[in-house]
Design a protein around this ligand. Structure first.
Ligand code: SF4
Length: 350
């Protein structure tokens, strides 16, 4: 076991307390950057031992393999389902999840090696299923170009779900990959409301900027779906809000829209309820009733939202994700989630 604390011109070594064994590696370099973009954020750079994860309970998933170059996410969505996974690293699931970011710096070379191995048979790889691979850290670490290039060179099908506009940096690589294999891109936009965005997704690009991503990808021949998630009960679910959101998604040229109601698993639930008590205290009892039975809103409510969004999608000329086609992005059911929570890979909502 060895600790490195490296520094370059604009970095300073941080007082690291992380346990390398918990990160699945022998070495952790803990680093901070003295730039406004990364102020208050600590990066734990690791050389991972593996990068392609098998999804627990994959038989119930639309994909079996994932690649996650980061853990933790500076997009800091209050409802983020991946919060719980930070506890496996002995890191805090609240602010710690937003500001203690694990970076698998060798992800591209590991992936290239895996794709070239005889055991690998070219299965679809999903990215952005745990935390956002185009979060702000990616601007600094630039892992995704190497990852996409490896997938392109092996003509390996893949998908990306993101809230990050940084994906446009890699447009040319994505276009090249799409020429040789199946590439699915989805952007997550649950609502347009500006104030809601600033408080509940404080580290993300605005919904409008995310829809610009959909537009630009489409302009370059890369179809992009929208995961309309989360629809937040009593705050982001008024008919006029749903209507405005679906209309904007359609105007951006999305190939599909898939609604998903907020769900609150352990880790996310506590953090979200704290936010709710601060910003919408009168809604706390309603939420306690709505999520009394578990992580999911009642089925009748989920069906109502799905129906409303599908009707709006039809009105504005976009269809819901085709249930007959292989869906690139989805969320686990309870059984799969339980399995996922127990392991290193957990699906989340971007
Ligand atoms: S929901 Fe997605 S974008 Fe938001 S913090 Fe979690 S991983 Fe990041």
């Amino acid at each position: 076991m060895r600790w490195d604390h490296l520094a370059d011109d604009d970095t300073t070594p941080a007082r690291g307390t992380a346990n390398p064994a918990l990160f699945g590696t022998d070495v952790v370099t803990t680093r901070t950057f003295d730039t406004p973009e990364f102020r208050g954020i600590t990066f734990h750079e690791v050389r991972a031992r593996s990068i392609v994860n098998r999804v627990p309970g994959a038989s119930r998933m639309p994909f079996e393999w994932t690649v996650n170059p980061y853990r933790g996410c500076t997009h800091a969505c209050v409802y983020c389902f991946a919060r719980k996974t930070h506890s496996y690293l002995d890191l805090d699931t609240g602010l710690g999840f937003d500001s203690q970011i694990v970076v698998k710096v060798n992800a591209p070379e590991l992936l290239r090696g895996q794709l070239g191995s005889r055991q690998w048979h070219g299965a679809h790889i999903a990215m952005g299923t745990n935390v956002d691979c185009y979060q702000r850290a990616e601007g600094r670490y630039r892992l995704m170009p190497g990852i996409i290039a490896a997938l392109r060179d092996h003509a390996n099908p893949f998908s990306i779900l993101t809230k990050g506009t940084l994906i446009l940096r890699d447009l040319e690589l994505l276009r090249q990959a799409a020429e040789v294999t199946e590439v699915g891109i989805s952007v997550s936009v649950g609502f347009l409301d500006d104030e809601l965005w600033r408080t509940v997704e404080p580290g993300t690009p605005s919904p409008e900027r995310r829809l610009d991503v959909v537009r630009v990808l489409g302009d370059h021949g890369i179809g992009c779906g929208v995961l309309m998630a989360p629809v937040i009960p009593f705050i982001g679910d008024r008919p006029e809000q749903l209507r405005a959101t679906v209309r904007a998604i359609a105007a951006a040229g999305a190939t599909s829209v898939t609604p998903l109601v907020l769900h609150l698993r352990p880790g996310a639930r506590e953090w979200f309820m704290g936010w709710l008590a601060e910003h919408h205290p009168r809604l706390v009892p309603r939420y306690e009733r709505m999520y009394a039975a578990g992580a999911y809103a009642p089925t009748w409510y989920q069906r109502r939202i799905t129906r409303q969004v599908h009707e709006l999608a039809a009105e504005f000329g976009i269809g819901p994700a085709d249930r007959g086609a292989p869906r690139r992005i989805s969320l686990p059911d309870d059984t799969a989630t339980a399995a996922a929570v127990a392991g290193p890979t957990q699906l989340t909502l971007l």
